[in-house]
Design a protein around this ligand. Structure first.
Ligand code: COA
Length: 223
């Protein structure tokens, strides 16, 4: 079943959609539709497509991936992929994170996650993403981010979503610039990326800002 992000017109929280997401049986994929991209939770059946893109794009992705110094590159075998899908499924059931494959047509094209979800007084989550190098520069990632923002605010009712970017990652900075996410400055030595503690430029959008900008972002990127 698809959750169409532009389906909950003007309602800050569509409780019915929220209940449907929470009530979905375990292992039923969650799909969010954009204009050109479809976001879908991954399962072991996606392994071959994921591996083909991952191998072809390894050098493109590794410099931006979280990894402690000296740690090996992440395992790329089927069992590790299946374990990661199971972990994500568990996070989805708990409501602590949502990981999606980005599909263009039926082609697996990248990943986007809404992770580190904290409830209580925070009500916050963090977006991360990557796209197949052969499909870069076509605006698929900003479109996917808007789809995830609609889900984060309109469906699961977060109050704040953040994106953190190494300042030399100009392509990723362009994604948040295009979407007009608010800059919050530099967090020093914020994340350990490819073995180095890296400063990160922080960007955020709150539900108040989303309500003001929602129609424009959806019109521009999804509708
Ligand atoms: C960052 C990333 C997700 C952007 O995705 P995208 O779908 O290409 O996003 P866009 O199409 O909006 O392009 C963003 C910018 O990338 C740059 N770009 C375009 N084509 C490119 C290419 N073939 N190779 C490298 N960079 C390119 C351009 O500066 C573009 O900005 P512009 O549209 O103003 O010219 C993608 O570059 C990527 O996956 N990089 C590797 C992993 C990564 O950095 N993840 C993010 C960590 S914070």
């Amino acid at each position: 079943m698809s959750v169409h992000p532009h389906g909950a017109a003007h309602a800050p929280v569509d409780r019915r959609v929220q209940r449907r997401v929470m009530a979905r049986p375990a292992h039923a994929p969650l799909e969010l539709a954009g204009r050109r991209v479809l976001l879908r939770t991954l399962s072991e059946a996606d392994f071959d497509a994921w591996l083909e893109v991952r191998c072809r794009c390894r050098e493109w992705l590794v410099p931006w991936e979280p990894r402690p110094k000296g740690a090996p590159l992440p395992s790329e075998d089927r069992a590790s992929f299946a374990a990661r899908c199971s972990l994500r499924e568990r996070e989805r059931q708990l409501g602590t994170g949502y990981g999606f494959g980005i599909f263009v047509g039926s082609r697996f094209s990248g990943e986007i996650t809404l992770s580190s979800i904290q409830r209580g007084p925070f009500q916050t989550g963090h977006i991360g993403y990557w796209i197949d190098r052969d499909l870069a520069g076509r605006g698929y990632t900003p479109e996917a981010v808007v789809v995830v923002l609609a889900f984060a605010f309109d469906t699961i009712a977060l109050h704040r979503v953040e994106v953190s970017i190494i300042p030399r990652n100009h392509a990723s900075l362009r994604v948040v610039e295009k979407l007009g996410l608010r800059s919050e400055g530099i967090a020093q030595k914020y994340l350990e990326i490819d073995g180095e503690w890296e400063d990160h430029a922080k960007f955020a959008i709150t539900s108040e800002e989303w309500r003001r900008r929602r129609d424009q972002l959806i019109e521009e990127w999804i509708a």
